[in-house]
Design a protein around this ligand. Sequence first.
Ligand SMILES: [Fe+2]
Length: 204
Amino acid sequence: MTYAVREELKPAGLNGISDAQINDHWNLYVGYVNQTNALKTELETLRKEGKGATPAYADRRRRFGFEMNGMVLHEYYFGNLKSSVADSAAAEFKKVVTEKWGSFDAWKEDFVNTGKSRSIGWAVCAMDPLTGDVNNHFIQLHEEGNVAGYHPVLVMDVWEHAYMVDHKAGGRPDYISAFFSNVNWTVVEHRLKDAMQKTASKRH
Ligand SMILES: [Fe+2]
């Protein structure tokens, strides 16, 4: 199969994250979709040529993880952006993180600090569908730090390309503040309930 760009996930009219910023960022996401498809084809070709055990193949397979996680995480990210959705839309999510973190604000403070990690990458709040545990994870690049089988519930891109159009290189804290005024809490709630019901997330 080949992957298609998920046009329905593209946000617009956000608070403090301009459409120009989103457009630039979206083009990078399109690149990840294209590279994922190209690598699938390239790996298949190399296997057919009997090169599946070569160092070159192994390198391309590592790249496959980078590109594919880049594609998937961007879909979660764009899918959880919408302006002016009240966090009251995520009643179950707030209840769960309050139980596990003491308060919604304590969870949020940790998620913000996760996003301020001194590296390019991602802040991801994810639920373990087996135990119901909810944790914040820092994903370096796109592929280092993802927990297998966990359901991402809230995903925030903190590569500099996510905010360089609107802010300079030091603008990550302002971007993170803007991000939190654009969380689509309805989507967060759906993802959490999917995880609790052990249903595959639609990555919306
Ligand atoms: Fe990105």
